[in-house]
Design a protein around this ligand. Structure first.
Ligand code: NAD
Length: 354
């Protein structure tokens, strides 16, 4: 036995627990601007990889790698299920967006995206602003989601997709897509949540709203006549539908037993803390709309919009989220599976037959 085999082998990409045959993982360093980034391309079976660029003060390179591997794979599934001819990729920049990020750093990032010759297309994500993306676009054409490349802010389309997803869930669980008179607890009144409230109100739903940012709650009361509850109680109020539109991880072993709604359908990413939480929802007879299926309107708008064109195609494809969710719910019921497992299978089936 040599010295190396008697010790733990250093963890690299190929033996990383989140590695799932990613096509390429690019480590980027530009000392002149302080840029340190990882660009992960998971799968390009359906087309070039598309996924946002996240700027985050990761505690370590290992943490950033975990995020890049996990998020890029998530984009493969999301883009496949949304019917887009795009693969999955993601970039993470290791920096504090408030302290470290500069235009030069973003321009340098753009140069590295350009080197990938279009196999990775970038867009905004957490910690990245429209002006950052303008800096990136100075160095590469492989950018989407800006005003120059299409419709700009994807949030209204995300909200539209969540709205039609809620209708599909209501049709499946309650026998009708008519939301008139149903109560919806919307948790998080940001870009997506607030827009969603407007659509729900127009459909006659009764709104129960919450946010940790008090002015957003006051505005929702004023604009929609909504009833407010403390943010920590959003999941446990008496409502027909719970729509998580804040942060991920909200469906877990503490919150699920307290849920009163029969439907969970909202915009937040990574809503289930663990796979067991999906089973727990099923065991309680609560219908869950898989997050990456229902919140795909944003990526659809980023992928399909072109400058100067109407949003008709984006709206049509976003409204198709309702039909996709109906297929997911029906198959989950027929095969006695959870909706999120069916969503994964449907994405994998599309990848297997591109
Ligand atoms: P946002 O930052 O505009 O809004 C989030 C809101 O949630 C804020 O008002 C914030 O104060 C509130 N919030 C944070 N923690 C909370 C808590 N514990 N309880 C209640 N409220 C809380 O974000 P957004 O763009 O509206 O996105 C909302 C969610 O949807 C996020 O999970 C995001 O990843 C996901 N998503 C957004 C889009 C999009 O197009 N914007 C697309 C796909 C998924």
């Amino acid at each position: 036995m040599n010295a190396l085999s008697s010790h733990a082998v250093p963890t690299g990409v190929f033996d990383h627990p989140e590695f799932r045959n990613h096509e390429s993982v690019c480590f980027v360093s530009d000392p002149a601007t302080g840029l340190k980034a990882i660009i992960a391309i998971h799968d390009t079976t359906l087309g070039p990889s598309l996924g946002g660029c996240r700027v985050w003060p990761y505690a370590s390179g290992a943490e950033a790698l975990t995020d890049a591997l996990r998020l890029s794979r998530g984009m493969t599934y999301k883009n496949a299920l949304a019917g887009l001819d795009l693969g999955g990729g993601k970039a993470v920049i290791l920096a504090d967006p408030r302290k470290d990020k500069t235009s030069d750093m973003m321009r340098a990032f753009g140069s590295y995206v350009e080197r990938l010759s279009g196999s990775y297309i970038t867009a905004e994500d957490v910690g990245v602003s429209p002006s950052d993306m303008e800096a990136v676009a100075e160095r590469t054409a492989h950018v989407r989601g800006t005003r120059d490349t299409g419709l700009g802010d994807p949030s209204p389309y995300t909200a539209l997709g969540v709205f039609v997803g809620i209708q599909a869930a209501a049709r499946h669980a309650l026998g009708s897509a008519d939301l008139d008179g149903l109560s919806v607890s919307v948790q998080g009144l940001g870009h997506v949540g607030f827009d969603l409230c407007g659509r729900l109100q127009a459909a006659g739903a009764k709104l129960i709203v919450s946010d940790i940012h008090a002015p957003s709650v006051e505005k929702a009361i004023e604009v929609f006549g909504a009833t407010a509850v403390p943010a920590a109680q959003a999941h446990q109020v008496q409502a027909d539908i719970f729509a998580p539109c804040a942060l991920g991880g909200g469906l877990n072993s503490e919150t699920i037993p307290a849920l009163k709604a029969g439907i969970v359908a909202g915009a937040a990413n990574n809503q289930l803390m663990t796979a067991e939480d999906g089973l727990a929802l099923k065991a309680r007879g609560i219908l869950y709309a898989p997050d990456y299926a229902i919140n795909a309107g944003g990526v659809i708008s980023i992928a399909l919009s072109r400058p100067g064109e109407s949003d008709a195609l984006v709206v049509e494809q976003t409204q198709a989220i309702g039909a996709t969710l109906t297929r997911i719910f029906e198959r989950a019921a027929a095969e006695n599976l959870t909706p999120e497992v069916v969503a994964d299978r449907m994405a994998e089936e599309r990848l297997a037959k591109p």
